[in-house]
Write a protein that binds this ligand. Structure first.
Ligand code: ADP
Ligand code: ADP
Ligand code: ZN
Length: 214
């Protein structure tokens, strides 16, 4: 099962992708998490990506595509995966499509988690992230058991640099310009499924499993 999560930054793609990964036993592949791990470890890739991420811009396609294709070529992705945050541009989607087609494969579902911009701005300010394991919380909606500490690995939680309000608006603009066209791209391929992302996270997940189990 190969799934793509679509939706604005902060729509809940990561939250849902992790739940899908747990339930269906496929890896959760997040290009954002891969970049953040590289930034934390101060790799050359991380330093390059950070320049764009801090401004709310997309990391260039060439770099991003290479990282993603390397990741999905790994053994654990053999039976499928849930992609979170990739593709984010039409050229990225085309490269992925071609790589899959070369192996006689295709994307099974593109799930659009639909949330209006005004809800997004509120959600991002409350998001707290664990840069060690990629877990995500929300100070009101999804609080950790102990304030400021990751339930999964015990590391401190942070407000991501790019979740500050001045950057969030840039990211939303970038989303509308460069990523939203993917909704039509996957609709034309007949794999688009839209879910209402403003619901409680368990209700969003129920809508997704209804699609995947149909
Ligand atoms: P969110 O879903 O909250 O926007 P992500 O963790 O998916 O956050 O992405 C954070 C940042 O990482 C993006 O704003 C962008 O700079 C970079 N990034 C992640 N995935 C991609 C991608 N597929 N193409 C280009 N840049 C990406
Ligand atoms: P994305 O991966 O699309 O950027 P996240 O999954 O990180 O989004 O979610 C963004 C923020 O909103 C996080 O703080 C998360 O805990 C919170 N969140 C996720 N889903 C919901 C929901 N259905 N209702 C309220 N808050 C949510
Ligand atoms: Zn953690």
């Amino acid at each position: 099962m190969k799934i793509i999560m679509l939706g604005a930054p902060g729509a809940g793609k990561g939250t849902q992708a992790k739940m899908i990964a747990d339930r269906y036993g496929v890896p959760h592949v997040s290009t954002g998490d891969i970049f953040r791990a590289n930034i934390k470890n101060e790799t050359a890739l991380g330093m390059e990506a950070k320049q764009y991420m801090d401004k709310g811009l997309l990391v260039p396609d060439e770099l991003t595509v290479k990282i993603l294709l390397d990741r999905v070529a790994q053994e654990d992705c053999r039976n499928g995966y849930v992609l979170d945050g990739f593709p984010r541009t039409i050229p990225q989607a085309e490269v992925l499509d071609e790589a899959l087609a070369a192996q006689g494969e295709r994307i099974d579902y593109a799930i659009d988690v639909d949330v209006p911009d005004e809800n997004i701005v509120r959600r991002m300010g409350g998001r707290r992230a664990c840069l060690s394991c990629g877990a995500t919380y929300h100070i009101e909606h999804v609080p950790p058991k102990k304030e400021g500490v990751c339930d999964v690995c015990g590391q401190p939680l942070v407000l991501r640099d790019d979740d500050k309000p001045e950057t969030v608006q840039n990211r939303l603009n970038v989303y509308h310009e460069q990523t939203q066209p993917l909704i039509d791209f996957y609709r034309k391929k007949g794999v688009l499924k839209t879910v209402d992302g403003t619901q409680d996270m368990n209700d969003v997940f129920a809508a997704i499993t209804a699609v995947l189990d149909a």
